[in-house]
Design a protein around this ligand. Structure first.
Ligand SMILES: NC(=O)c1ccc[n+]([C@@H]2O[C@H](COP(=O)([O-])OP(=O)(O)OC[C@H]3O[C@@H](n4cnc5c(N)ncnc54)[C@H](OP(=O)(O)O)[C@@H]3O)[C@@H](O)[C@H]2O)c1
Length: 324
């Protein structure tokens, strides 16, 4: 089969190779999926740059395709199923940047017929992260919710899900084009975080009270906002990202505001959380309540450009590689 891989950490153009790779086989409890799409996420970029490796890595955790074969213990009736993949390259070397992937049957989830394969490449990380974040945020009905990076891959799903839950999204965005993208997902108020005071705008929009909930993609900047009264007392921050790994924050402000702070990693959801998120996603897909904007598509031979597009951060929508 054709695949992309790297043998050492570095920039995509320096380390990524595209060529022939042995087609995997489904082992016991596994399915072999003929991939149609592979999703590219910031995590794939971070892994390529810095996650220690001892063998060749076929990158990307997300993707979608059709089950081509099953291993012992998996019902033969799964052959031919349209599926989307989660954790394709988490704790395993061979991800979805290839024509085939063999992985545990549970990691290939049925993709409804009404959902296309490009959308299916956005579920394992962006959609499931958003579903878990919104679940952890609690009851959002009639509440203003600050969503940082409301137009990013995860943030766009968060914005849709908060809106579906009856919350009102105040979103931070980097440009008018990104504001329009988030507004199409339900965002009520845009804050241009590069040119406006986020704290002042949030206070103005909430009559000085602050929001009860923040769903956050960059704790490095949000930590500072917490000391500026952006969060109402006893408010909750659900955080899934940060632009820098080491972050200092004002403990006193957090303590005196009785802030609830929750972090999580989508790769490491508990079985119960994963099942709940998958079930909710299936329900939303079947009722066609979600938008899945694809911002850029590439071939496998263009995987370097695909990674560089994610790194540049200027694409509105998800980055997907077509494998057929
Ligand atoms: N915990 C988890 O399991 C998990 C899961 C998924 C993602 N993540 C992490 O979450 C982050 C976002 O992922 P993604 O896939 O949604 O990213 P993405 O689609 O690549 O979006 C990144 C964009 O967000 C905007 N942004 C950056 N910092 C911002 C800030 N402080 N406030 C507002 N907007 C900001 C930037 O665009 P503009 O400046 O042009 O607006 C940037 O290009 C990444 O760090 C990723 O690694 C974590």
């Amino acid at each position: 089969m054709r695949a992309a891989w790297y043998l050492k950490n570095g920039e995509a153009r320096d380390v990524m190779v595209v060529g022939d790779w042995p087609t995997p086989q489904a082992g016991a409890g596994e399915v072999l999926v003929r991939l149609v799409t592979s999703g590219v996420n910031p995590s794939d970029v971070k892994s390529r740059r810095a996650r220690p490796l001892t063998e060749a890595i076929v990158p990307h955790s997300d993707g979608a395709g059709v089950i081509a074969a099953v291993g012992d213990g998996v019902p033969a009736s799964r052959v031919g199923e349209r599926v989307w993949i989660w954790n394709g390259q988490w704790g395993r070397a061979l991800g979805t940047a290839a024509e085939y992937i063999a992985l545990p049957s549970a990691q290939a989830v049925v993709l409804p017929d009404s959902t296309d394969f490009a959308a299916g490449a956005c579920f394992g990380i962006p959609a499931l992260t958003a579903l878990q974040a919104v679940y952890l945020a609690g009851d959002l009905r009639d509440k203003p919710v600050l969503v940082t990076g409301a137009s990013s891959a995860v943030g766009h799903y968060v914005t849709q899900l908060v809106t579906l839950a009856g919350g009102q999204v105040i979103g931070t965005v980097g440009s008018p084009a990104k504001a329009a993208h988030a507004q199409a997902a339900g965002m009520r108020e845009a804050i241009f975080y590069k040119t406006e005071s986020v704290a002042q705008r949030v206070k103005d929009l909430t009559a000085g009270r602050g929001v009860p909930v923040i769903i956050d993609m960059d704790f490095a900047s949000t930590a500072g906002l917490l000391a500026e009264g952006v969060l109402a007392p006893h408010g909750r921050v659900v955080c899934y990202g940060a632009n820098t790994p080491e972050i200092a924050f004002n403990f006193r402000a957090m303590l005196f505001q009785s802030v609830a702070l929750q972090f999580f990693l989508v790769y490491e959801l508990t079985a119960a959380d994963r099942q709940r998120a998958q079930d909710r996603l299936t329900e939303l897909l079947q009722s066609q309540q979600l938008q899945h904007p694809i911002g850029a598509r590439f071939t496998l031979d263009q995987i370097v450009q695909a990674h560089e597009t994610v790194e540049a951060g200027q694409t509105v929508g998800n980055v997907v590689i077509d494998l057929t």
